[in-house]
Design a protein around this ligand. Structure first.
Ligand SMILES: Nc1ncnc2c1ncn2[C@@H]1O[C@H](COP(=O)(O)OP(=O)(O)OP(=O)(O)O)[C@@H](O)[C@H]1O
Ligand SMILES: [Mg+2]
Length: 286
């Protein structure tokens, strides 16, 4: 089982979009996929269709989510908390997040075992999944820390704009700290698979000239590899996760991965190319 965290401390760069669509693309290669949402915004939880109604009375996630996994040594194994999601076909499993994660961060921080517990709970399900993808918050908080401590690999989505690039220094420092901790746990260091160009403009001039320079900058200035795959800014990719069904007067969330929404779209092709590249980098055969 390979555990991959998707992280950047810059917000809105396409982390969640990468997690859900990469998860779908890997699942379609026949691999068993688990997604863990470690961001209190719960965007992955929404984008995988675990929240159907825009109504707090229907909140059944409150009592069983990633917080419970992290705060209990004895109870709430991942196998009990993970839910089946049909935002892609075949289905995948998702450990949901909840807005309560914010107010619980201090409590969790006080627990000595909170940093290592996800590693232990992932070991229990090692035979059940081939790939685990972890979505993270755009910050350097405890949840981001837990995600990176528990992961084998890191993908850093970035729009390659100056602020995102400057944020790469923080990410590198953060990873350094994480790896000191992993060493104490006798775990292999987190391996950065690379920066994934994401939400990239399809403007002709930009694609031909600027993009190349920006990619070179990341490699030269920050010493991090850049994926060959580029995830361009495209309507299909933004729309597929916001799909709704009208049932009578009600709107029910019905998100799909872009590979299910428009299998022949350019976005779907980009994620297929990303899977190939990720598999290559982590030594996984199709
Ligand atoms: N390649 C893309 N093309 C079009 N829209 C995109 C693309 N990537 C992301 N978006 C849109 O941009 C917004 C932010 O994307 P996303 O939620 O994936 O970013 P994030 O890094 O997870 O954000 P946060 O830091 O808040 O968690 C969303 O509305 C999403 O639909
Ligand atoms: Mg997100």
């Amino acid at each position: 089982m390979k555990v991959i965290a998707i992280y950047h401390n810059k917000g809105g760069v396409g982390k969640t979009t990468t997690v859900v669509n990469l998860a779908a693309a890997i699942r379609k290669k026949g691999k068993r996929v688990l997604v863990i949402d470690l961001d209190s915004q719960a965007n992955t939880t929404f984008a995988t269709g675990l929240v159907k109604f825009d109504d707090e009375d229907f909140d059944d996630i409150k009592d069983s989510n990633i917080f419970h996994v992290l705060s209990s040594e004895e109870f709430f194994p991942i196998s009990e908390v993970a839910r089946k999601s049909s935002f892609t076909n075949p289905e995948i499993y998702v450990v949901p997040s909840h807005i309560d994660l914010i107010k619980n961060e201090t409590d969790l921080n006080a627990l000595d075992y909170s940093r290592g517990i996800l590693i232990e709970k992932l070991e229990e399900i090692e035979d059940k999944y081939d790939v685990v993808l972890i979505d993270t918050p755009p910050s350097l908080n405890l949840y981001a820390r837990i995600a990176l401590i528990s992961a084998d690999y890191l993908i850093i989505p970035s729009d390659l704009k100056p602020f995102a690039n400057q944020g790469l220094i923080n990410v590198k420092e953060f990873v350094k700290g994480i790896n000191s901790f992993k060493k104490q746990l006798r775990k292999a260091p987190l391996e950065i698979l690379g920066v994934l160009p994401s939400k990239i403009s399809t403007n002709n001039k930009f694609m031909q000239y600027t993009l190349k320079t920006r990619i070179e900058k990341v490699v030269e200035r920050y010493g991090i590899d850049v994926f060959e795959t580029v995830i361009y800014e495209r309507d299909d990719l933004a729309k597929c996760s916001e799909k709704v069904l009208e049932i009578g007067e009600m709107e029910v969330a019905d998100p799909l991965s872009v590979l299910d929404y428009k299998p022949n779209s350019l976005s779907a092709q980009e994620f297929e190319s990303l899977v190939k590249e990720v598999f290559n980098k982590i030594g996984m055969v199709e």
